[in-house]
Write a protein that binds this ligand. Structure first.
Ligand SMILES: NC(=O)c1ccc[n+]([C@@H]2O[C@H](COP(=O)([O-])OP(=O)(O)OC[C@H]3O[C@@H](n4cnc5c(N)ncnc54)[C@H](OP(=O)(O)O)[C@@H]3O)[C@@H](O)[C@H]2O)c1
Length: 323
């Protein structure tokens, strides 16, 4: 079958190890089923994998991709694949299982004609969502949902600062926070990206690092070193930073005196549960909100989409489609 996979690891030039080519069909484990993939979204996670973060050379070749929507081969049902694979004996919040993995870490990923998935990871795809829209949800949109509403406890009327505008998680956070009745402020690096942020639903967009008109209740942080100090400085006393990523580096200044003096809350967040994916689907159905898709391209043209993601050119999500 055709697949997009990591053939080698290269920390500096991740696309050097990216191959679109033939891979063997997946082998089913007990309790797993096969999904014929219709759409698979790109995430920054795929670039980390190609850089060797979370993926060791001895696991190669590894099909990339954490997200898929498609058809359950056994039942013929349209499905969305929840990306978090927990241990078979794990009960409760799947993201808290210390042995959890995502597709493309220990098990082959979703950027292929077929992917093997635990049956319990399947969620019915609502008819109102296209396969491409559905494929954007399990990583970027679910992560943003959990950051805002589960770990960040965002409430209508609060001011939420989203660092970064056009990324997968950031664009989802802007749209979700706006739809939930928050005042949404964004920082972005260029005029063009700030304009996109306003189009995505932000009430105001500022240059990265700008002092804000007033302190905010909650910061959605995925950028890391480049924005961390600004995130901490932008919070009101008792405010919260929720962080799920560190694209620009994981060792920013801690600014500890500000954290304790203002009683700030710094909360880590990773992916979301299968139940939260269900809540997100209901949220989209009731608001009419849909993921912003920058481009949909066939699996064979994955390289261009990866290059655009690496260059920071995507607005929202890139999705690979399978005929
Ligand atoms: N823990 C989890 O469960 C989880 C889940 C999803 C993602 N993540 C992580 O979160 C991060 C974002 O993921 P993604 O898929 O949304 O990535 P993405 O689509 O590639 O977006 C990257 C984001 O980083 C911003 N950015 C990059 N360099 C910047 C800089 N120098 N200054 C300011 N902003 C900068 C971009 O802002 P602009 O709009 O200004 O370009 C954009 O919003 C990644 O590190 C990813 O691994 C973690």
């Amino acid at each position: 079958m055709q697949a997009v996979y990591a053939a080698s690891i290269n920390p500096d030039q991740p696309l050097a190890g990216l191959v679109v080519g033939e891979r063997p069909e997946p082998v089913l484990e007990a309790g797993w089923t096969m999904v014929r993939v219709k759409a698979a979204a790109l995430n920054h996670h795929d670039l980390w994998s190609l850089r060797g973060v979370g993926l060791a050379a001895e696991q190669l070749p590894m099909t990339l991709g954490t997200d898929a929507a498609g058809v359950d081969v056994e039942t013929g049902e349209a499905v969305i694949v929840h990306s978090v694979i927990s241990s078979t004996d794990w009960r409760g919040d799947e993201t808290l299982d210390p042995r959890r993995t995502l597709f493309s870490e220990k098990h082959q990923g979703t950027m292929a004609e077929l992917v093997a998935v635990p049956r319990r990871n399947l969620v019915p795809k609502p008819e109102g969502l296209s396969y491409a829209e559905a494929a954007c949800l399990p990583t970027a949109w679910l992560t943003a949902y959990r950051m805002l509403f589960v770990n960040g406890q965002a409430r209508p009327g609060q001011t939420v600062l989203v660092q970064g505008a056009t990324g997968g998680v950031a664009s989802a956070a802007i749209a979700l926070a706006r739809a939930a009745g928050c005042r949404v402020w964004v920082t972005a690096r260029t005029d063009a990206k700030r304009a996109v942020a306003l189009d995505l639903g932000a009430h105001a967009a500022f240059a990265t690092g700008t002092r804000l008109p007033e302190p905010v209740d909650l910061v959605v942080e995925t950028v890391g070193e480049a924005t961390w100090a600004h995130s901490v400085r932008s919070l009101r006393p008792g405010g919260t930073v929720v962080i799920s990523g560190a694209t620009t580096g994981a060792n920013p200044p801690a600014i500890l005196n500000r954290v304790f003096f203002l009683q700030l809350r710094i909360i880590g967040s990773t992916m979301g549960t299968r139940a939260e994916l269900g809540e997100l689907l209901t949220f989209l159905a009731s608001t009419g909100l849909r993921p912003r898709i920058d481009r949909e391209v066939p699996l064979a043209d994955a390289r261009g989409a990866f290059a655009a993601m690496e260059a920071g050119e995507l607005v929202g999500k890139a999705v690979l489609t399978v005929a």
